[in-house]
Every structure is written in structure tokens, then in C-alpha cells.
Design a protein around this ligand. Structure first.
Ligand code: NAP
Length: 270
């Protein structure tokens, strides 16, 4: 079992490639010889990454500046991907909000659902027919440990990640024997940049350095897991604890405890 062999015409797509885990996934794939299509909104960051990856790894890198929460823009991208030879899709773009949903911006919450859940569905459905016809392909979805259980004060995010987690693990079983690999990345906290002590978030202050994992280690672990067609990769001790809690703790007990923690996170973000 391995990933599709990189070719001149095929492309690996990484959404949310302009920062954090997405940049690390794109870098990891380029190191393994994949030519890429990078997707996010911030063109200048994508272009700088594309130049860096082309010069260090000799791969072709295309940039698509797309707002994935916009159904029209997303449909155009999905249409292009359906026509191209996409060997690897990393559905990674996502954002989170903290606080009681009734107090959050309703428009932003709706956009968050479009980005974290509907875009994952749309782009997966766009590339699947081609992968099945070629009997070769690999799809990584960045869900979250937060998608395993109710998370008051992070409700829309947790619900979209529950969609991502369940969709991915269900799809994986449907695709057994087709040659298409599907893996869920469901991390706990990932340190995507070194926090400035003056601007550190409450999460940075509360969690000791030892429990954080880096984007680079997450990306390597994820692409290795995708090559082996593992069902789920859960980097980091906090993610593993949240996975166990989501599986075994009664929801009536876990919801208020987690809700209190996330209320504090929301106050820290505000
Ligand atoms: N870091 C963690 O602790 C953690 C834990 C569990 C799960 N995750 C998940 O990991 C994924 C990556 O997160 P990260 O930590 O690497 O955060 P990040 O650095 O903020 O990256 C988020 C990426 O999503 C892109 N994005 C945001 N809104 C978008 C939109 N409307 N259209 C297209 N792209 C958009 C951003 O690019 P632009 O702003 O340029 O559009 C950026 O490239 C997310 O799905 C997140 O939920 C992260």
C-alpha cells in the first residue's frame, strides 16, 4: 500500500495551504515529489510558498486563490478539479470560533459551515470519480478531536468537525478495495507558529509546551498514515485524550466540563 506515484500531469491539492498545517502538508508532499495545486485566499502567501517549493524540490506548483466558503467560487474550483488528474487531495482549510453561538456573528458561523463541512464534501465528490476510474488516489481530511464530542462554546466548529470526521471514516469503508486511500487527521492542539509571549492566546498559556505538536510533525505523520491507508491519525496527547473521552465518556458529563473549558478559551480570544 502506498500513495499514487507522482507524474508530470497529476497534482496533489492542498486547501488551506497559506499557513499552518496546510503549508506543512504542501511542503511534505513537495519533498516526496508531488506537483501541487495550493488553495486558500491569501494569494501572496500561496505564491511565495509555490516559489519556495518549486526552487527547493523542482515540482510544479499552481496557486488558486479561492474563498472556499463562497459556493460560486467553490463550484468553479470543484469543476476544474473534476477535469484534472488529482492524485492526492488534502481537505485541510478550516477556521474555528469560540463563545456561545447566539452571541457570535451569524453570517460568519454560516460561512464556517460552508468552509469546514460543505467544501470538504464538494471537493471530495469532485475528485472521487477520476480517482475511482484510475483505481488510484488518496484523500486526507483534517477533522479534529473536537469533532468527537459535544463542545459547548465551540458548537459550530465542533459540529462541522463531527461532519468531517464521520464523513471521512464512513467514506473510507465504502472505498475499500478501490485503490483510493482515505485518512482522517483528527488532532488536538497543534502549534502552527511560535507564540509571541505578549500576544499568546489563552490556549498557549494554559497548555504546557510538552503537549503541543508541530505542523511539520503532524504533516509527516499524516502523509505516512495516508500512504498506509490508516483510518485515523491523532497526533498529540491532548487529541488522544479527547478521542478516548469522545468514545467512552457519557456526553451528559463531558459536555459541561468541556463547555466550561471552552468558555474560558472564548473569553481569552475576545
Ligand atoms: N491548529 C490546531 O490546533 C488544530 C487542531 C485541530 C484541527 N485543526 C484543523 O487544522 C486545519 C488547519 O488549521 P491550522 O491550525 O493550520 O490553522 P491556520 O494556520 O489558521 O490555517 C487555516 C488555513 O485555512 C485557510 N482558510 C481559512 N478560511 C478560508 C476560506 N474561506 N477559504 C479558503 N481557505 C481558507 C487559511 O488561508 P487564508 O486565510 O489565506 O484563506 C489557512 O491557510 C483546520 O481545518 C483546523 O480546523 C487545527
Amino acid at each position: 500500500m502506498s500513495l499514487p506515484v507522482p507524474t508530470a500531469d497529476s497534482r496533489a491539492v492542498v486547501t488551506g495551504a497559506s499557513s499552518g498545517i496546510g503549508t506543512a502538508l504542501a511542503t511534505e508532499l513537495a519533498e516526496r515529489g508531488y506537483s501541487l495545486i495550493l488553495v486558500a485566499r491569501r494569494t501572496e502567501l500561496l505564491t511565495a510558498l509555490a516559489e519556495r517549493l518549486t526552487s527547493s524540490h523542482g515540482v510544479q506548483v499552481e496557486v488558486r486563490a479561492v474563498d472556499l466558503s463562497d459556493p460560486v467560487a467553490r463550484e468553479k474550483l470543484a469543476g476544474e478539479l473534476a477535469e484534472r488528474e488529482i492524485s492526492v487531495l488534502c481537505n485541510n482549510a478550516g477556521v474555528a470560533t469560540f463563545g456561545p453561538v447566539a452571541q457570535l456573528d451569524a453570517g460568519f458561523e454560516r460561512d464556517l459551515v460552508q468552509l469546514n463541512a460543505v467544501a470538504v464534501h464538494d471537493l471530495t465528490l469532485a475528485v472521487l470519480p477520476g480517482m475511482l476510474a484510475r483505481r488510484s488516489g488518496a484523500i486526507l481530511v483534517t477533522g479534529s478531536a473536537a469533532g468527537n464530542l459535544p463542545v459547548p462554546n465551540n458548537a459550530t466548529y465542533a459540529a462541522t468537525k463531527a461532519f468531517a470526521n464521520t464523513f471521512t471514516e464512513s467514506l473510507r469503508h465504502e472505498l475499500k478495495g478501490t485503490g483510493v486511500h482515505v485518512t482522517l487527521l483528527a488532532p488536538g492542539p497543534v502549534r502552527t507558529e511560535t507564540p509571541d509571549p505578549a500576544e499568546a492566546s489563552i490556549v498557549d498559556k494554559v497548555l504546557p509546551d510538552s503537549v503541543w505538536v508541530t505542523s511539520e510533525s503532524v504533516a509527516k505523520e499524516s502523509i505516512d498514515a495516508l500512504a498506509r491507508n490508516k483510518m485515523r491519525v491523532v497526533p498529540g496527547i491532548v487529541g488522544k485524550v479527547m478521542s478516548v473521552a469522545g468514545g467512552y465518556a457519557p456526553r451528559a458529563l463531558s459536555a459541561p466540563v468541556i463547555g466550561t473549558l471552552y468558555r474560558k478559551l472564548g473569553e481569552g480570544e475576545g
